[in-house]
Design a protein around this ligand. Structure first.
Ligand code: DGT
Ligand code: CA
Ligand code: CA
Ligand code: ZN
Length: 588
């Protein structure tokens, strides 16, 4: 299963860590070996099956390194590497991406100052701690400071909301190439992770070179990073890397399974296979029970699956595990027991309970928003403009009298919708603010007149865990609150937001029948996937809302749905998957 490239990367990591620990000679040996491993024409994995001696035949790969490579192929781990990682728990890739910072510097700064990541590095430089370390001076310190911002940008992961459409465009482009039988997204994009390191696409074809050539001419490509007969990487105008792999149609399912990951899911699955005398890799699932049997003399296992992804799981007596669940957080066990959740789907969503209009900071009128929701296919929409309060952008929030005025505008929009023959149910709500102490910024009597109340934190987002939890629990327990909006207030890649005790929020929400929002805005995805899972286990209800500020944003609902799926949510867990009667019953 590990590719030559993966094995080479591991050796390079060993080299960096040994370098950081000031070990002599070995790092160079590991780097040279890595180079030859990467360039080796045959899969090292096949040599490993014959034992360390066969691997040691490779130029510059000695017995010690060969033994480690075999161990990795067999167990997914190299003991010495694991030990090194524990001794030096640093984000080596991020730190060494700062100009002038190499593995040795990383090692020294970890030993002397406990620097493990870019944030630590920046703090140490700002506090002028680095210049005090032997061998460093004010100039080096300033250079490091200068390099951090750029390194950080380069390390920033792309939002799913950008990477997903890009991946879908790449897939559609590939599917349109004559030589391509089938194309599919893989990697974190297919798993709908909130941020994406790079976009992975897979194409089934017997003519790799034709596909690679066409791919490199894709209109979105501004730079070819690398290319070969069956794979290529390019960069798009906005700096996102797209990796293509072309595989034989008979191996498409195996490759799709392999390249969808996650790595941890695949390692676990590979171990399940080993227990059954099967072997998984990107080419298929192989029965190796008779390999090494002196009677049969079999050297290579017979392939039992690989054409389809479902077949790969079936070969292990498992149902197909949805990509969103493949994070090795219990999904393989659940699949084995037949207890995989029946995940909520995009189609199950019936309406949206969080949207803004021109009345606060939205771009469109109430009627335009309502029409947009109807066209998107929703049965109902709640207009929930901002109430005035701290943290609401540019004083756009509504005061009590304005909220009452808006009720008339909503009534007019209902009439207009009915006249135009739209069956959409329009609810009138508000997104009010949860103050630092848990109070709401709109008077109770005003809230009581509305169909729906979202309470969201917009300010004081740097509170400590305990006061933040108390604050949010108070908002959940407020009798007028129907939904706790974007509970943490985080903005992905921009600000971390609150980090409340999600167990307590989930219990309070379940107890007081307040829904927790999964804000589907791709910059928020709040609650995040892991918190959704806690909420689901506590029996809390989830409301997927787009927080739309324009009609086109209703389509972002899918990011909320897939975040819900990554949190193991079923249809019953989701308020916005209920029909309008079900929603009204919940709101009352
Ligand atoms: P990302 O790009 O950081 O958001 O995360 P992924 O999951 O897309 O990771 P990526 O792009 O490095 O590789 C895509 C998938 O392919 C990954 O989830 C697992 C699989 N894969 C690729 N290369 C390797 C490898 O060398 N070893 C293992 N175990 N899995 C790999
Ligand atoms: Ca990727
Ligand atoms: Ca990749
Ligand atoms: Zn908000």
């Amino acid at each position: 299963m590990p590719t030559n490239d993966e094995l080479a990367t591991l050796l390079e990591e060993m080299a960096d860590l040994l370098d950081a620990k000031d070990v002599e000679y070995k790092p160079t040996a590991y780097r040279r070996a890595a180079e030859n491993v990467r360039e080796h024409p045959k899969p090292i994995e096949e040599l490993a099956a014959e034992g360390p001696d066969a691997v040691a035949e490779i130029d510059r790969v000695g017995d010690a390194i060969a033994t480690k490579l075999v161990a990795y192929v067999e167990t997914g781990e190299i003991e010495e590497l694991e030990t090194l990682r524990e001794e030096l728990p640093v984000d080596m890739a991020a730190l060494t991406s700062v100009e002038g910072v190499g593995p040795k510097t990383v090692g020294t700064l970890y030993e002397e100052l406990g620097v493990t990541d870019l944030d630590d590095l920046e703090t140490a430089a700002r506090n002028e701690e680095i210049r005090a370390v032997k061998g460093f001076g004010p100039k080096t310190e300033q250079n490091i400071l200068d390099g951090i911002d750029f390194a950080r940008q380069a390390h920033e992961r792309t939002l799913l909301g950008k990477a997903r459409p890009l991946g879908e465009a790449a897939r559609a482009f590939l599917a349109g190439i004559d030589a391509v039988d089938e194309a599919e997204l893989a990697g974190s994009n297919r798993r709908w992770k909130e941020t994406i390191g790079d976009v992975d696409v897979l194409a089934a074809s017997t003519d790799g070179e034709a596909v690679v050539d066409a791919f490199l001419d894709w209109e979105n490509s501004t730079e070819t990073i690398e290319s070969g007969p069956t794979k290529a990487s390019l960069r798009t105008g906005d700096g996102v890397r797209v990796d293509l792999r072309v595989v034989d149609p008979s191996e498409f399912g195996a490759a799709l399974q392999y390249f969808t990951g996650s790595r941890d899911h695949n390692i676990h699955l590979r171990n399940v296979a080993i227990d059954r005398e099967l072997k998984l890799n990107e080419y298929g699932c192989f029965d190796v029970s008779a390999v090494d049997d002196p009677d049969t003399g079999q050297r290579v296992g017979e392939r039992v699956a690989g054409e389809t992804e479902a077949g790969m799981y079936e070969a292990l007596d498992l149902p197909l595990i949805p990509p969103e669940l493949r994070e090795n957080t219990g999904e393989i066990e659940a699949a084995r027991e037949g207890s995989l959740p029946d995940l909520v789907t995009e189609d199950a969503i019936r309406g949206d309970l969080h949207a803004h209009s021109e009345w606060s900071d939205g771009d469109a009128t109430v009627e335009e928003m309502a029409l947009g929701a109807a066209e998107f296919g929703h049965d109902y929409l709640a207009i929930t403009d901002h109430a005035e309060g701290p943290g609401v952008f540019g004083n756009t929030g509504l005061a009590a009298d304005e909220i009452r005025e808006q009720a008339d505008a909503i009534a007019d929009a209902r009439d207009a919708l009915a006249d135009a023959g739209h069956g959409l149910e329009l609810l009138h709500g508000v997104e009010t603010n949860v103050s630092a102490d848990g109070g709401l910024s709109t008077p109770d009597d005003v809230l009581a007149e509305l169909d729906i109340v979202i309470a969201s934190p917009h300010a004081a987002l740097d509170q400590d865990r305990e006061p933040a939890t108390d604050r949010l629990v108070a908002a959940i327990e407020h009798p007028q609150t129907d939904i706790l909006g974007h509970p943490t207030g985080r903005m992905i890649n921009q600000r971390p937001g609150l980090s409340p005790d999600i167990d307590r929020l989930a219990d309070a929400a379940a107890e007081s029948e307040t829904a927790l929002e999964i804000n589907a805005n791709p910059s928020r995805l709040d609650l995040r996937d892991s918190a959704v899972r806690v909420a689901v286990e506590a029996g809390a209800v989830l409301a997927i809302g787009t927080d739309a500020h324009r009609p086109g944003a209703f389509a972002e609902s899918r990011y909320g749905v897939h975040t819900a799926r990554r949190g193991w949510a079923e249809t019953d867990d989701v308020l916005t998957a209920r029909d309008i009667d079900g929603v009204r019953a919940f709101l009352d």
